[in-house]
Each structure stands twice: as structure tokens, then as C-alpha cells.
Design a protein around this ligand. Structure first.
Ligand code: HEC
Ligand code: HEC
Length: 277
């Protein structure tokens, strides 16, 4: 595993390479077994194996995700349950008025994002479409607490199901765009996503154990900011860390990147809501 690229980034201090994760790789949540490592597929030729970010966390952080009573993300899932039943907008409707059982969304998160008519459609897009087109309500901000509460509630319905995002056919053009962004160096540190999450996963960067940057656990509860974090919110944070101007949440670039990253995690199980530091 090469660390030269990281060392050349002077503002970052690489503490040292840890032995590759592997011992702590059995995740059961509420008795349900998750797939946290899986053989890489042909579309990720630079990876031998695909790992859930859970593997790289400390014992304490890992434990929080194994029990829903311990998982702080569930405070927000509960908020999502309330929001789901609450009427909003000019039509006086709630989500539940039309989607009676939230359980019917089982499987949806595992297939997201999708490409429809050449555009990447994320979970946030679907929720906001219903709000603006069907409820007469205001769109929620991409990473707002209301949005992440609802996307966590919907995502939870797919927990334990294997991610299976379509990236060929109609989706290929957006996938290629996401892939290009993933490998493009940006910012003052002149780094790409791949420099950290592909070339250096398993290594330490500052006090953090680098993962492959998978998205199967989102929205994810972070101990650092004590809330649920959206996928695009995390992308933004990583771009800021390399002193790059982040793309816009909900914009074309992050949506394409989301599609590409989701495809890199095909075969891992949905862990929403995951817990990270
Ligand atoms: C007035 C009825 C109505 C309301 C209210 C409504 N939706 Fe929808 N929703 C629909 C219809 C119709 C579709 C498209 C058909 C379908 O896939 O069920 C849809 C699609 C969706 C989808 C995509 C489903 C898929 O499998 O493609 C999601 C996710 C969703 N709605 C979430 C929500 C949420 C969350 C709320 C509340 C914030 C909400 N909806 C409110 C009618 C509604
Ligand atoms: C300087 C190194 C670095 C770069 C470059 C970087 N990240 Fe990260 N990223 C991190 C660190 C550190 C974390 C937190 C520890 C971990 O999960 O890897 C993280 C976490 C993530 C996560 C959360 C993973 C999880 O399991 O919750 C995602 C997703 C992610 N990054 C995506 C990206 C994307 C997309 C890019 C490119 C735009 C990028 N990162 C660039 C360092 C980096």
C-alpha cells in the first residue's frame, strides 16, 4: 500500500500504517448479520476486497452500531417516524397519507441512487419531489435534520439487504462522470478521493483510521457532530479537509460521485443508520 502521496501532502500527518483490518469484521445488528467485507467486482479493479467503514472504527464506536438502543442515530429515526405521520404543506397531507406503511420502502435504499432520464436521482430528490409536487410543501434542505431523519427512516427499512446499484446501461454516463471525479486531484493538497480511500485505506491519517469511504451506512450518526450526516455532507467535509472548494450538496457532481461510490460498495449490506467518529 503506497503512502507516498499522503506524505507529500504536507499539511497532513500520517501517523503510521496499521495492520490491515480483519479481526473485528463480524457485524451483527440486533442479531442480524451484515456483510462487512466482500470480494471486489470487475468495476473496481484497484480493490481486492470491499470493506464496510464499520470495520475501521474503534471497538467502542463499533459497539454503538450493534444495538439499536445504544445507537444514537435512533433518536433521529424516531424523529423521522413523527415527521412521516405529520401533515405539512397546502394539501394537508403527510407521507403516511400516501405511503401508509414505511416498511414498503424495503429495498429502495439498496438500489439508490438511480439514473432516470439521464439524471441521477437520490433519496433526497425523491423525498423533496413528493414534498413539492404532491404535498404542496417546501423542499427540505439537503442535509437538514428533517431530511436526514426521513432518509434514515426509509434507509433503515433496507438494513441488511445487499447494495445493488445499477451503473451500466442508462446509468453508465453518470457513473463515468462520478468515476472521473473520484480520481481527479483537487484542492491545495492536490489530492483525489482515491489517494485516501483507495491507496491508503487501513492506514492512519492524523488520529483517524482510513476506510474505503463507502456509503452503505448513510445517513450516518457521527460522534463528532452528534447528528445524522448526509452522503453529500460527508463529501463536502472530505473536500474541505484537502482545502478544496466543495461542490454543491445536491449538485450534479456530488450526485454522480454518489452513484459511483455506491457502486463501489455493491455487495455490502445497507447499515443505515451507521455510527462513525
Ligand atoms: C399525495 C401522495 C403522496 C405523498 C403525500 C407523498 N408521496 Fe411519496 N410518492 C407518491 C407517489 C405517487 C410516488 C410515485 C409512485 C411510487 O413509486 O410509489 C411516490 C414516490 C416516493 C418515493 C420513491 C419510491 C420508489 O420506490 O421509487 C419515495 C422515497 C417517497 N415517495 C417518499 C415520500 C415521503 C418521505 C413523503 C413525505 C415527506 C412522501 N413520499 C409523500 C405519493 C406521495
Ligand atoms: C486526505 C484524505 C481524504 C481524502 C482525499 C478524502 N477523504 Fe473521505 N474520509 C477521510 C477520513 C479521514 C474519513 C473518516 C474515516 C474513514 O471513514 O475513512 C473519511 C470518510 C469518508 C466517508 C465516510 C465513510 C463511512 O464509512 O462512513 C466517505 C463516504 C468519504 N470519506 C468520501 C470521500 C470522497 C467522495 C472523497 C473525494 C471527494 C474523499 N472522501 C476524499 C479522508 C479523506
Amino acid at each position: 500500500m503506497t503512502v507516498t502521496k499522503l506524505i507529500s501532502a504536507s499539511a497532513l500527518v500520517l501517523i503510521g500504517a496499521l495492520a490491515h483490518a480483519g479481526e473485528k469484521d463480524t457485524l451483527t445488528v440486533e442479531g442480524q448479520a451484515m456483510t462487512t467485507r466482500v470480494a471486489a467486482q470487475a468495476h473496481t479493479p484497484n480493490l481486492d476486497e470491499v470493506f464496510s467503514g464499520w470495520i475501521f472504527r474503534t471497538d467502542e464506536t463499533q459497539a454503538l452500531q450493534m444495538d439499536d438502543f445504544e445507537n444514537p442515530g435512533f433518536v433521529f429515526v424516531d424523529k423521522g417516524i413523527d415527521l412521516y405521520a405529520k401533515a405539512d404543506g397546502s394539501e394537508g397531507k403527510s407521507c403516511a397519507s400516501c405511503h401508509e406503511n414505511v416498511e414498503d420502502f424495503a429495498g429502495l435504499r439498496a438500489s439508490m441512487p438511480r439514473v432516470v432520464d439521464g439524471e441521477v436521482v437520490t433519496m433526497e430528490n425523491m423525498v423533496n419531489d413528493c414534498r413539492t409536487e404532491r404535498m404542496g410543501a417546501e423542499a427540505w434542505k439537503w442535509s437538514s435534520s428533517d431530511m436526514t431523519a426521513i432518509t434514515a427512516l426509509i434507509g433503515l427499512q433496507s438494513r441488511g439487504m445487499p447494495v445493488n446499484v445499477k451503473f451500466d446501461g442508462d446509468a453508465a454516463a453518470q457513473w463515468e462522470k462520478g468515476k472521473e471525479l473520484y480520481y481527479t486531484r483537487v484542492g491545495q493538497l492536490d489530492m483525489s478521493c482515491s489517494n485516501c480511500h483507495e491507496d491508503n485505506y487501513g492506514n492512519m491519517i492524523r488520529a483517524d483510521h482510513l476506510s474505503q469511504g463507502q456509503t452503505n451506512g448513510f445517513p450516518t450518526y457521527r460522534l463528532k457532530n452528534a447528528k445524522l450526516n448526509s452522503i453529500h455532507g460527508r463529501f463536502k467535509g472530505c473536500m474541505k479537509n484537502i482545502r478544496a472548494t466543495p461542490y454543491k450538496e445536491g449538485g450534479e457532481e456530488f450526485k454522480a460521485l454518489e452513484l459511483y461510490l455506491a457502486s463501489r460498495g455493491n455487495g455490502l449490506t445497507v447499515e443505515t443508520p451507521s455510527v462513525r467518529n
